[in-house]
Design a protein around this ligand. Structure first.
Ligand code: AMP
Length: 359
């Protein structure tokens, strides 16, 4: 166990690292961020920061020497950086889990391998392979699909909507990566996610499934809890716990799922870290997802996931951040700003959680 007073290393410099550091500080831990940019959201609130490139092995070794345990705030941090730190200090979740979550094909193969339902998919590694796959799509009812880059994909980056009439070369160029995954388009009823925290002793706790609404492929609003038939909510939670166990994860895992029109659950994506759809837990639950991560990696007992309120979390994306002054004046709203100096379209600048009486 790492007792309060110890130092948690956070690889990555964004808002997830920032909120993890704030939760760690409340429990008396020190934090050290490893980030590629000065003055980022995490470095602003950590006790210390190393600013260096993720392939700077000397800097990674120095960082490892200054921390007791480390975690990764975002799964697209190069797995090699986490693996380097893991040579000398425990890194949780283990870098192999990052490697699975960084690659949509590996992720879907893993899910299929453990019997978890996903949308139909196939690997495509060239425009010619895409042309063949699109030809076969012609036989599929609806004929719609989504071409995604296998790696570095999040928030809809590297995604192209296609159908049997799509020109393969153009779609391949638009996707812009050497390896892709062609997924069947899911005409879903809604999108949900479940966040699970799991300790080194195998104990796991889950938050209720929440509904996620996206705008331009970026999470816009999370409604907690999701309005689902109780058996579907239970099944979503059981799937997420099962995946965390099969990954032998220590930390926090978000499992994003589609609920199909006939009520089935298909897993779309895994994120082995605190997730945007769990930000509501800071203000509405006994223990936030960030505190659970700190507890899990320090070997403390996991906290209660009990919620005292229902909640609606709204991301402040790009210029929406300018509404912060309205949110801060609302009695039941909790404003979180990430300290980003430059506002850009599509950039997550903060969020607001509005608390509602528990239903
Ligand atoms: P992702 O980057 O995979 O999380 O995708 C971002 C968003 O695009 C998802 O949350 C969905 O709203 C949409 N999307 C992704 N894949 C599919 C799919 N196979 N069918 C329908 N919508 C999708």
């Amino acid at each position: 166990m790492l007792a309060p007073g110890g130092t948690i290393g956070i690889i990555g410099g964004g808002q997830l690292g920032r909120m993890t550091a704030l939760a760690a500080a409340r429990l008396g831990y020190r934090t050290h961020a490893f980030a590629s940019e000065q003055d980022g959201p995490a470095a602003q609130v950590c006790t210390a920061a190393t600013i260096a490139a993720y392939d700077d092995t000397a800097a990674l070794d120095r960082f490892a020497g200054l921390v007791d345990v480390a975690t990764v705030e975002f799964e697209n941090i190069p797995a090699a950086a986490a693996a380097r730190v893991a040579v000398s200090k425990p890194v949780m979740p283990r870098p192999e889990i990052l490697e699975i979550a960084q690659d949509r094909l590996r992720e879907k193969d893993f899910l299929r391998g453990i019997g978890v339902a996903t949308t139909g998919y196939r690997e495509v590694s060239s425009a010619a392979a895409l042309r063949r796959a699109l030809g076969e799509l012609g036989k599929v009812p609806g004929r719609r699909a989504v071409l995604k880059s296998a790696r570095m994909g999040y928030d809809g980056k590297g995604q192209v909507a296609v159908d049997a009439g799509t020109e393969a070369d153009a779609a391949w160029r638009l996707m812009g990566a050497p390896r892709g995954i062609l997924e069947g388009f899911v005409d879903f009823r809604c999108e949900v996610s479940v966040i699970v925290a799991r300790g080194a002793d195998g104990a796991a706790v889950a938050y209720p499934a929440v509904e996620n609404r996206h705008a331009n492929h970026i999470l816009d609003t999370t409604i907690a809890p999701a309005s689902l038939p109780p058996e579907t909510a239970r099944e979503a939670e059981a799937i997420a716990r099962d995946i965390a166990t099969r990954l032998d994860l220590v930390g926090v895992l978000a499992v994003e799922m589609f609920v199909t029109r006939d009520g089935k659950l298909l897993v779309n994506e895994l994120a082995p870290r605190p997730h945007n759809s769990g930000h509501w837990t800071i203000d509405a639950c006994a223990t936030s997802q960030f505190e659970q991560l700190v507890r899990a990696i320090c070997g403390l007992p996991l906290g209660s996931t009990e919620r005292h309120s229902d909640a609606v979390m709204k991301n402040l994306i790009g210029d929406e951040v300018e509404t912060w002054c309205d949110a801060v004046a609302e009695p039941t709203a909790r404003l979180h700003l990430y300290g980003k100096r430059t506002t850009r379209a599509g950039r997550k600048m903060g969020h607001v959680t509005r608390l509602l009486p528990r239903g």
